[in-house]
Ligand binder design. Structure first.
Ligand SMILES: *Cc1c(COP(=O)(O)O)cnc(C)c1O
Length: 565
């Protein structure tokens, strides 16, 4: 670990000279470091792990978020209580002597930095730097700026983006990195870094040469924007006037537009999301690179053993997972039952729901928010009970946090709790507290069917279904995000609803009926009465989808299309 410049030179020898800086507001790299809220952060962590595996010379930059996102506790009615989730920073990260500072509201805010080392499969190291303002000499308000991920008001958030973007670029220089010539912004949160680069290079084209931007949000309201008056007072004179027309909308600075303006390469995170982004931002050239997951992180222990036995080399080259097609069905089933047992035991220890190892089990785990429709499957409890009585028992496991200010997301959780208490007749439902990397791994590998129900086209990609595929768990999802590319009906899973309806991209009634019809007529009968073909489907998930929807493939596309062109 680089204690000094000398040590850093040694690190450089291991990592090669880092050429790419990867900026992300959240990075979920380690189950003990709770500085992520969900899909975006997990993707960032998986990206960095694959860079390490593939010897891609990257450094990661993020905020410390020393209070984490939050710990989710649910009371008996499903009310979400948010508790701080402070982690013992020095147990996992190493403080470095480098320091820098940024101007916020004309104050100098000091920043220090913590180091985390990601070691790839052949020993290559990718450093990740966590920026921290909790340091002697800063005011109390400034000290708290790197405490809460997505906490606070508009000004707090903008201050965080100044620290991440501008502070991040300066910190890399303070650490002595002189060879970086690509800045990859994972979502618009780091876009202010482009202003620092422009301040230093004084040439728009030179900045564009160095910047790459990945957008993640197919909804206009999801893009960060700030009143220009607030921006000007907080940022001072680093914002050049001549770009204002390009980067503002209705007197607001739009972070996505800023990142678009200064990037030579821009991409969405699935083919459909690329299309949607091109419509949202006409005039920009926007490509797409479909997301993936880090295979070794998300494959459960029983499947790791199975893959090691039949497909050695899959860890460094997940394309090899294609040959899962030749694994015996009984071996796939036994590995699955082992992963399922771990999940069911966990669930039964958490609550008195008393789930069974052999009953058909559905999983829904992700951020609880309205567009993802967590309550779609329980929207007609009678229908669910009829299906279970007719064909076989159904167990449903939910998990996921709602953003503290997402009141409709919180209502969805309460609705699930309400149905949970009254439902009977062979249907069992439970909701696990505090969804995180560990629970995500247990759920995506331990259920029989992975459910995803976003309203089209709001799911940019989605990645949890890819984790499921790595464990032979088929997905049942609306055709949105990556599922438009990954769904082969009855072979890798099933689609909910049509690709589009006449009325709109999504229609709750149509989707709901199709969800129940397919469960009743195709999916659950296949699980209980046609086990051989069910396992065939499981196997195809690994061979067809896990072999492609992984960050190893994804990074190779970034290297070719974004980093080195
Ligand atoms: C994978 C993952 C997500 C993202 O889930 P999506 O279904 O893609 O939205 C969120 N949270 C955790 C903890 C995860 O592991």
């Amino acid at each position: 670990m680089p204690d000094s410049l000398e040590d850093k030179k040694k690190t450089d020898k291991i990592t090669g000279k880092p050429k790419i800086a990867y900026f992300s507001m959240e990075i979920g790299i380690d189950e003990n470091i709770p500085t992520y809220s969900g899909g975006l952060g997990i993707l960032a962590g998986d990206t960095i792990k694959s860079c390490a595996d593939l010897n891609v010379p990257v450094v990661g930059v993020t905020l410390l978020s020393e209070m984490g996102y939050f710990y989710q506790k649910l009371d008996e009615n499903g009310n979400q209580i948010e508790l701080p989730m402070q982690f013992e920073v020095s147990n996992y990260l190493k403080l470095l002597p480098a320091k820098t500072e940024v101007k916020i509201d004309s104050r100098d805010v000091k920043i220090r930095v913590w180091y985390y080392k990601v070691k790839g499969i052949s020993g290559f190291i990718v450093p990740v730097f966590f920026l921290d303002t909790n340091i002697e000499g800063n005011s109390e308000w400034d000290k708290a700026l790197t405490k809460y991920l997505y906490g606070g008001d508009h000004k707090y958030r903008l201050a965080q983006e100044i620290i991440l973007g501008i502070g991040g670029v300066r910190m890399l220089q303070a650490l002595g990195y002189t060879t970086i010539d690509r800045y990859h912004m994972n979502e618009g949160h780091a876009a202010l870094g482009t202003l620092e680069l422009y301040d230093q290079l004084n040439d728009v084209e030179k900045v564009r040469d160095e910047c790459v931007f990945t957008t993640h949000t197919p909804v206009a309201a999801g893009h960060d924007q700030y009143d220009l008056s607030i921006v000007k007072s907080m940022l001072g004179n680093i914002l050049p006037d001549f770009i204002l027309d390009d980067i503002t909308f209705e007197h607001k600075l739009n972070m996505t537009k800023l990142a678009l303006f200064f990037s030579h390469y821009v991409n969405g995170v699935a083919k459909k999301h690329g299309e949607v982004s091109r419509m949202m931002f006409p005039g920009y050239s926007i490509d797409s690179i479909t997301n993936g997951v880090h295979s070794t992180t998300w494959v459960s222990e029983p499947f790791k053993r199975l893959f090691d036995k039949h497909m050695p080399g899959w860890r460094s080259d997940p394309y090899i997972l294609r040959s899962a097609q030749s694994i015996q069905k009984t071996e796939i089933w036994n590995a699955h039952q082992e992963a399922k047992k771990e999940l069911i035991d966990f669930v039964n220890k958490q609550s008195d729901v008393n789930m069974n190892y052999d009953d058909f089990t559905v999983g829904f785990g992700r951020r609880q928010t309205q567009y993802k429709r967590p309550d779609l499957i329980i929207s007609n409890p009678n229908r669910l009970m009829q299906i279970a009585e007719k064909i076989g028992p159904i167990q449903i496991i939910f998990a996921g946090k709602a953003h503290p200010k997402d009141y409709s997301g919180k209502d969805a959780i309460k609705k699930i709790f309400k149905v949970m208490k009254t439902i009977d007749n062979n249907v069992k439902i439970t909701f696990i507290n505090n969804y995180d990397i560990n629970i995500g791994k247990m759920m995506t590998s331990g259920v029989d069917l992975w459910l995803n129900t976003p309203r089209r086209p709001k799911e940019a990609s989605g990645t949890s279904g890819m984790k499921a595929a790595h464990n032979g768990v088929p997905q049942f999802s609306t055709l949105d995000g990556w599922w438009l590319e990954g769904c082969i009906e009855n072979i890798t899973g099933w689609a909910i609803g049509p690709e589009k309806t006449d009325k709109a991209e999504s229609d709750d009634e149509i989707d709901k009926n199709d969800l129940y019809d397919k469960l009743e007529n195709w999916i659950i009968p296949k699980f209980y009465n046609d086990r051989d073909n069910w396992i065939r489907t499981m196997r195809s998930c690994i061979a067809i989808n896990a072999s492609f929807f992984n960050t190893n493939r994804m990074i190779q596309q970034y290297v070719l299309n974004a980093y080195f062109r």
